[in-house]
Write a protein that binds this ligand. Structure first.
Ligand code: SAM
Length: 239
């Protein structure tokens, strides 16, 4: 039985993905426990995600050091770019023989004809001049404040997506993993169209699917953990 859009499930990621039709998802978010990446890749998680993806769809994969290396190699044929998510002001301390960890990575994969909305919908901060984008003909060469700038239409779009996202992680619950709403909003707005289908097989507390719902996308979410499933179910029921 195929899973219906706008539902979440207490299921293993492979069982869930197998019930999603070929070429139906606009965005697949893969955010497993990072130490599981090698095992999940060996079992075909990336191929299964590509199977459910529309030709214009995107896959976003969360990771961090040291799990990023094999993942990056494995996804190389469809790799397009990466975002750095700085999630902690002071960082996580692992060892006095290594730098303190402050960021995670989000790898972006897609086919050649992908959906991309370059603006986040987050209002511009005019004090930074971030509404301006420096272009030279068709070639994008950067942002900045100098002569070659043009000003974009304020009615559309908000801040341009940057490859460095400084968004503090606020845990909503001591034991349930949740990504910050602003990060979910940005990823959903930039990487999926209105009414598109967002699939999150490792949804944890469900912020990606919840935000997808609020951003007028359809969603399918899953997690093996009962407490996560319950937390996400309650969140979605509240709307
Ligand atoms: C890093 S957390 C991500 C949570 C969530 N995406 C968030 O917003 O923070 C990984 C989640 O994957 C779930 N998980 C682990 N193995 C799984 C599997 N084989 N299938 C589905 N979910 C799994 C865990 O229960 C956990 O909630």
């Amino acid at each position: 039985m195929p899973v219906e859009p706008n539902t979440i499930h207490q299921k293993d990621c492979f069982d869930l993905l197998r019930e999603i039709g070929d070429g139906t998802a606009d965005l697949v978010v893969l955010d497993p426990n990072y130490q599981d990446w090698d095992d999940l890749l060996a079992r075909g998680l990336f191929e299964e995600s590509i199977r459910v993806l529309k030709p214009t769809g995107n896959i976003l994969l969360f990771t961090k050091k040291p799990y990023d290396l094999h993942l990056r190699n494995k996804i190389d044929p469809l790799f397009r770019n990466e975002l750095i998510w700085k999630y902690k002001k002071n960082g996580n301390w692992y060892s006095h023989r290594m730098p303190i960890y402050t960021y995670q990575k989000i790898y972006w994969c897609c086919h050649a004809d992908f959906f991309y909305n370059p603006q986040t919908g987050i209002p511009h901060d005019r004090t930074l001049g971030d509404e301006r984008r420096q272009d030279q003909g068709d070639e994008f060469i950067g942002y900045g404040l100098d002569e070659q700038l043009f000003t974009i239409d304020y009615a559309y779009g908000g801040q341009w997506l940057k490859d460095f996202l400084d968004i503090p992680r606020k845990r909503e619950n001591k034991t349930i993993p949740t990504k910050p709403t602003e990060l979910c909003q940005i990823l959903i707005r930039c990487f999926s169209p209105l009414d598109g289908l967002v699939v999150d097989p490792f949804m944890g507390g469900g912020n990606v699917v919840f935000t997808a719902m609020r951003e007028r996308r359809r969603f399918i979410g899953g997690d093996t953990d009962e407490a996560c499933f319950k937390f996400a179910s309650e969140k979605i029921a509240q709307r």
